[in-house]
Design a protein around this ligand. Structure first.
Ligand SMILES: [Zn+2]
Length: 350
């Protein structure tokens, strides 16, 4: 299905962007996951005439969160926030963090609901969520917003695919859906790298077998190599799994200017990815994860929304790229997922 009476697959702008001003209150001094991240993005989006409309959703209810996280986890997180102490390894909080977390999850659910109607949508969530598992917090993440949003949509009957393009493996999201086949989790991440998970051979278990697709990428993969991998893996999976809804863990820490990683992507990488994704299906919601260089985060967010709208985005100067990782990766992927999904190189006949 598409927009514009079959002429263009892209939606009319503005693209709805959910955020909540409460995020300013989640503020741990000196921490790179800072309020200025979303503020910088909002200024950059506002400078693009008519590109986005800002929306605010109610906080996620406890019942919604319980779809993914057990009550003990939620209570433990709330208590840690109330006391302003870490909720897990590198999961810092301040005394006002808990309502901010609930607002962020509410934003992710609202964006997913809108995307389910066929309008590509964005949720600017912080703190991020994809390192939070069912019952653990780590890596800045207390509650897994995208996982809660995905589960919430499965209760409406949707088959959901999560594409995690943050430079870090979303070990929390993997944990949540490890044994489920109603949510397909695909992650393109730098490896070896934090948090150390996300091997190709980790593919889910039980009903979830084959429904976790991990794609570890080497340092300096770069724009062309990354898009080649996305083309070989993400697009065929969308065709074969046939999701009703695609949720994207949109971390921009894979950009070459990001201080934490070295995947060497550019703003165009994100523009092209979202452009090609929405050209396939308008049922797309992006949920912000990482990205810690403020200007880069803003440029990449504009690139994402521009891509979703079928527009050109910001252009970065070219960056030196490593060798295309696909030739080596295709063998490993083919061995693990070829039979089920037809992706990667076919194993040699016995
Ligand atoms: Zn990250």
């Amino acid at each position: 299905m598409g927009w514009g009476k079959g002429r263009s697959p892209f939606p009319p702008t503005p693209i709805p962007v959910w955020y909540h001003p409460s995020h300013l209150r989640h503020d741990v001094p000196g921490h790179p996951e800072q309020p200025e991240r979303i503020e910088t993005i909002l200024r950059a989006l506002a400078a693009e005439d008519g590109l986005v409309s800002l929306e605010t959703a109610p906080p996620a209810s406890r019942e919604t969160l319980l779809g993914v996280h057990p009550a003990e986890h939620l209570d433990r997180m709330e208590r840690a926030c109330r006391e302003g102490r870490p909720a897990g390894p590198e999961a810092w909080t301040c005394k006002e963090s808990w309502p901010v977390v609930l607002d962020a999850t509410g934003a992710a659910c609202a964006a997913a609901d809108r995307a389910a109607t066929g309008t590509p949508s964005v949720a600017l969530a912080r703190p991020p969520g994809h390192h939070s598992g069912k019952d653990f917090a780590m890596g800045f993440c207390l509650v897994n917003h995208i996982a809660v949003a995905a589960h919430h949509r499965t209760t409406k009957g949707d088959r959901v695919m999560i594409v995690d393009i943050d430079v870090h493996h979303g070990n929390g999201t993997e944990d949540v859906f490890w044994m489920r086949d109603d949510v397909l989790y695909v992650s393109l991440h730098q490896a070896p790298f934090y948090p150390g998970t996300g091997a190709v051979t980790d593919r889910g278990l039980g009903d979830g077998e084959g429904h976790t697709v991990n794609v570890p990428l080497p340092h300096a993969t770069g724009h062309h190599g990354w898009l080649h991998v996305a083309r070989e893996i993400v697009w065929p999976l969308i065709d074969r799994y046939g999701p009703d809804l695609v949720l994207v863990s949109a971390g921009f820490d894979g950009h070459h200017a990001d201080p934490l990683a070295s995947l060497r992507l550019t703003a165009e990488t994100y523009q092209r990815f979202f452009h090609d994704l929405v050209a396939r299906t308008p049922h797309v919601a992006a949920v912000l994860e990482g990205g810690y260089d403020l200007d880069t985060l803003a440029r990449c967010s504009v690139a994402m929304v521009a891509g979703m709208s079928g527009r050109d985005g910001p252009v970065d100067p070219p960056v030196a790229e490593g060798a295309d990782p696909w030739p080596a990766l295709s063998k490993a992927i083919g061995k693990v997922h070829g039979a089920q999904w037809g992706i990667g190189a076919a194993p040699p006949a016995a």
